[in-house]
Write a protein that binds this ligand. Structure first.
Ligand code: DQA
Length: 144
C-alpha cells in the first residue's frame, strides 16, 4: 500500500509560523514522524508540500493508479478551493482531510471546508499527531 501526504500553502513555515496555534514542530519533523510510523506499519509514503493550488491539483490527478489513499492538509485552500474538491472527486482515491489546529474552534471562515464532502473523513486539532492518526485511518480506509 502507498499513501500520498499532501501539504498546502504556508505549511513549509511550520515551526516559525504562529507557534501558539501550530506549535514548534517543523514540517520536516512531521515527515520524519510519519516515515518512522509508516516503516513500522510497512506502508510506503510520499510526503510533499506546495504553496501553489495548481500543483496540488496536478499531484492529486497524478496519484490515480499509484496511491491507495491521500492524506491532505490543504491549509487555507481547504476553505476556498473548488479546484481541489473537484480533483479529489475526479480521482476517487479515498482522501482524508487533516488539520493541525482545531479549525472549528477558530475563526468562522475556517469552519467551512469545501473539500470535506468529497473526503472520507476529517481529523482536526491534534497537532502533528493528526498526521499519525490519518496514517492509521488511511490503512483501514477500504474497510470503513
Ligand atoms: C490548517 C488550518 C487552516 O485553516 C489554515 O489555513 C492552515 C493550517 C491546520 O493545519 O490547522 O494553513 O490547515
Amino acid at each position: 500500500m502507498k499513501i500520498l501526504f499532501l501539504n498546502g500553502p504556508n505549511l513549509n513555515l511550520l515551526g516559525q509560523r504562529q507557534p501558539e496555534v501550530y506549535g514548534r514542530t517543523t514540517l520536516a519533523d512531521i515527515e520524519r514522524l510519519v516515515r518512522e510510523r509508516a516503516k513500522k506499519l510497512k506502508v510506503g509514503i510520499e510526503f510533499r508540500q506546495s504553496n501553489l493550488e495548481g500543483e496540488l491539483v496536478a499531484w492529486i490527478q497524478q496519484a490515480k493508479g499509484k496511491f491507495e489513499a491521500i492524506v491532505l492538509n490543504a491549509a487555507a485552500y481547504t476553505h476556498t478551493s473548488v479546484a481541489l474538491r473537484d480533483a479529489i472527486a475526479a480521482v476517487a482515491i479515498p482522501t482524508i482531510e487533516i488539520h493541525l489546529s482545531n479549525v472549528h474552534a477558530r475563526e468562522e471562515f475556517r469552519h467551512k471546508s469545501l473539500i470535506a464532502p468529497v473526503c472520507r473523513g476529517q481529523i482536526t486539532g491534534f497537532g502533528a499527531n493528526s498526521y499519525i492518526l490519518a496514517l492509521e485511518a488511511a490503512l483501514n480506509v477500504n474497510e470503513s
